[in-house]
Design a protein around this ligand. Structure first.
Ligand code: HSE
Length: 433
């Protein structure tokens, strides 16, 4: 079989890692691919002194890679939306396969990209875009092909998980974020990490591949971790929960829930033990039950591991010379469903509430009566005399599952009570049932 020639676009964290691993493990990768994977061109805005390209032509224009007739596979590792989209679309037009780690690109422009790729008969592979080095796309799309996938829930942003983990030890948000940036985990714009945009990109892709629906990033609900306080982290722990920033996609008869937000998870659940920059994705299938995929969600060689697995897939598929390839989103287009993404008010969740109450007789009765009028069942309630200050005391409540619409109305009424001060803090909770 002929060698497969690849051109690497972007020599940042992931590009550098990909170059190094492809070079270092060339022999064993060739053994798996059934052919040599040759890097024939590298393009990046800036050259890296720490990487010895060994004479491979380097250019500062990524389009040189697309225009190089010897390149079979374009490896897009430049990130961002517009230039990456142009690069990928022009590679497809030239009949080249594409491997990308760009979750933003796939989540936002994936429908268009896959349609063009289908017409051109080329592969667009994106494993590295979701949960870094964890082969979760392959698991959902191929490994779970027998199942109706009912829900997916994951810690899919390493930077955010690193920050929440370190905050448990009492460290400052900004200091930890800076550390994550220095380690190369954070996005170019770190608000994408802490406000949940990056996780929403990844969740959008997971949901599409899991449920067989088009990519619908614009419908994803996104809430970040910047308002999480050490107080809530500590009180969640007292209730037996840990706060994690989760992406949750749930299939319901009327549509799918697609949401990223801080979430209380039971401390006894495996996912609560996932700390630092590590990621984990839970996938529940009707046949297999709950499965969990765990590992590094960011980092140079960890992400390169997924990029190169995709290159090997491309090489094998090209060798098989078959037009029946693994479909981009796991389902052939004719079998895709048009399930809508539900409005956030229609999702169902349990809730942690923190209410700043005046220390007067009857306050708890008023709070519980508002909740019960909205059909909200209290699971636990906590009020500590030691936290009484200036006649005010926090009341912490954990509820059973209820529709978000009911909770919104109850919170409005609670905030209107004369005995309640300020806004009610609400964090959703998940028991993975
Ligand atoms: N910024 C991302 C993260 C990188 O922290 O998870 C991997 O997608």
């Amino acid at each position: 079989m002929k060698d497969v020639n690849v051109g690497i676009c972007g020599l940042g964290t992931v590009g550098g890692g990909t170059f190094n691993v492809l070079t270092r493990n060339a022999k064993l990768i060739a053994g798996r691919a059934g052919c040599n994977i040759r890097i024939v061109r590298v393009a990046s805005r800036r050259q890296r002194d720490d990487i010895d390209l060994g004479g491979i032509p380097f250019t500062s224009d990524v389009f040189d890679v697309v225009n190089d007739d010897s390149v079979d596979v374009v490896i897009e590792l430049i990130g961002g939306y517009d230039a990456a989209r142009e690069l990928v679309m022009s590679a497809i037009r030239k009949g080249k396969h594409v491997v990308t780690a760009n979750k933003a690109l796939i989540a936002v422009h994936g429908n268009e990209i896959f349609e063009a790729a289908e017409k051109a008969g080329v592969i667009v592979a994106y494993e590295a875009g979701v949960a870094g080095g964890i082969p979760v796309i392959k698991s959902v799309r191929e490994g779970m092909a027998a199942n109706r996938i009912d829900w997916i829930a994951g810690i899919i942003n390493g930077t955010g998980n690193y920050i929440l983990t370190e905050m448990r030890a009492g460290r400052e948000f900004s200091e930890v974020l800076k550390e994550a940036q220095d380690l190369g985990y954070a996005e170019a714009d770190p608000t994408f990490d802490v406000e949940g945009v990056d996780a929403a990109h990844k969740l959008t892709i997971l949901a599409a591949a899991g449920f067989g629906v088009p990519l619908q990033f614009e419908r994803a609900y996104t809430e970040g971790i910047s308002r999480i306080t050490p107080y809530d982290i500590a009180h969640a722990e007292l209730l037996g929960y840990r706060i994690k920033h989760l992406g949750i996609a749930r299939r319901r008869d009327e549509g799918i829930e697609l949401r990223v937000h801080p979430t209380l998870v039971p401390r006894s659940h495996l996912i609560a033990q996932v700390d630092g920059v590590l990621n984990a994705v839970l996938v529940d299938g009707d046949a297999v039950g709950q499965t969990m995929y765990y590992g590094p969600g960011a980092g140079d060689e960890a992400t390169a591991s997924a990029v190169i697995a995709d290159i090997v897939d491309v090489a094998r598929s090209v060798a098989a010379n078959s037009s029946q390839r693994v479909p981009y989103l796991g389902f052939y287009p004719s079998a895709m469903e048009n399930l809508p993404v539900l409005d956030m008010e229609d999702i169902q969740s349990a809730y942690y509430l923190r209410i700043q109450a005046l220390d007067r007789p009857g306050v708890l009765a008023k709070i519980s009566s508002v909740l019960s009028e909205h059909g909200i069942n209290i699971e636990s309630i906590m009020q500590k005399e030691s936290e009484l200050k200036d006649g005010r005391i926090p009341v912490i409540i954990l509820t059973h599952t209820v529709q978000e619409r009911q909770m919104n109305r109850a919170i409005e009424e609670l905030e209107a009570l004369a005995d309640i001060e300020g806004q009610v803090t609400r964090i959703r909770a998940e028991n993975f049932n």
